[in-house]
Design a protein around this ligand. Structure first.
Ligand code: GAL
Length: 362
């Protein structure tokens, strides 16, 4: 073996040792390099309000979203925010989808419905506002139906539509189908929850424009259009936004927020024995303090509600999803996912720095 210049004066066993150290260093460097190329580490905990990366190592870009479970996988759909744009500069790029088997590690399925960058006349023309997508599976048509708040390009927040897009697969692509004015109002409606009851009926619960009354309407069997009139949900305060409704043991639970644009406010919680109301108010269900952003429950830890995920395989386990909005740089918005604790059949949501599904066994 050719001797390295500086080793030739050393005894043989030292030369071998130095040679081994060099080889090990080279191997470790190769390994480290390949790892920096793909920095993904399996995640086993939720870290509310911290940057959450997908399995490619990119921060998840799915804001104001919702999660469904289909054939062994969860699908998370949310607003794709365009990098380098503020909300005022039109940051909405469409619906971004991720899939996961465990709720911690999310694979990027791409943008499953894009705004239209070519056709200025399209309902989805770039410059429209496309928010809070939620997907529901229609058993009858074997179709995934996506709903979103849609404000047409050039119109702004004044008149709203519910945009509807469809796909025969959970990870899309979705095809834009039509739009309608929610709430039975020509001005449409704002934030909403799509709630499917045990009998298959789908309801659109939403804040009506311009009077901000909280209303409910039933959709047709295709889940395309409201069927019949909307009615006011008695007991729910005016200006209730960011609603999500789920049913547990025959009782309907509604989590929502007040109305202060992108700025957080206190969460609101209601229950009812009938989806049509009357609803009972239970105040703010949140407890604790988000030390990362120094925000308490009067501002929902800095977040606004968006969805409640029923966890598969664990009975009575639900995760509340909130968004931390960043209107100046929306792509940097973060997520707060927290377990729902149920005491005497009422929900409560306590801040945790990190947690996993064991929280439901406690
Ligand atoms: C929030 C709403 C968001 C967005 C924002 C705009 O109240 O939940 O989806 O529309 O207002 O100011």
């Amino acid at each position: 073996m050719q001797k390295l210049f500086f080793t030739q004066f050393l005894p043989n066993h030292f030369q071998m040792k130095i040679f081994n150290v060099i080889i090990i260093n080279v191997l470790v460097s190769i390994l480290c390099y390949s790892q920096t190329q793909k920095p993904f580490l399996m995640q086993t905990d939720f870290h509310p309000a911290q940057i959450w990366s997908d399995t490619n190592g990119n921060p998840i870009n799915a804001h104001g979203g919702g999660v469904i479970f289909f054939e062994g996988k969860y699908y998370w759909y949310g607003e794709h925010k365009l990098a380098g744009k503020s909300e005022a500069q039109f940051a909405d790029g469409g619906i971004h989808c991720y899939s996961s088997e465990d709720l911690f590690n999310w694979k990027d399925e791409g943008i499953v419905l894009s705004v239209d960058y070519q056709d200025e006349k399209s309902d989805l023309a770039y410059g429209c506002i496309l928010e809070r997508p939620k997907v529901v599976y229609n058993e009858k048509n074997k179709q995934f139906v996506a709903y979103f708040k849609l404000y047409l390009r050039g119109i702004g927040y004044e008149t709203s539509n519910v945009g509807v897009a469809v796909s025969d697969k959970p990870a899309g692509p979705f095809v834009y189908h039509h739009r309608f004015h929610g709430g039975g109002s020509p001005k449409g409606s704002g934030d909403f929850s799509m709630f499917r009851d045990d009998d298959g009926n789908l309801y659109h619960l939403t804040v009506r424009k311009p009077d901000k009354a909280f209303v409910i309407g039933k959709l047709d069997g295709d889940y395309y259009y409201p069927e019949g009139d909307y009615q006011i949900c008695k007991g729910i305060e005016l200006h209730t936004e960011a609603p999500v409704v789920i049913k547990r043991k025959g009782v309907y639970h509604l989590l929502g927020s007040g109305s202060s644009g992108w700025k957080p406010n206190a969460a609101r919680y209601y229950t009812s024995k009938s989806i049509l109301g009357e609803w009972t108010y239970h105040g703010n269900p949140c407890h604790g303090y988000n030390k990362i952003d120094s925000v308490g429950i009067e501002k929902t830890f800095g977040g606004q509600s968006s969805y409640i995920i029923p966890v598969q395989g664990i009975s009575d386990a639900y995760i509340a999803m909130f968004d931390i909005w960043r209107p100046e740089n929306p792509v940097a918005g973060r997520y707060i996912w927290l377990p729902i604790e149920i005491k005497e059949d009422k929900f409560s949501i306590t801040w945790r720095d990190n947690w996993n599904l064991d929280a439901f066994g406690q």
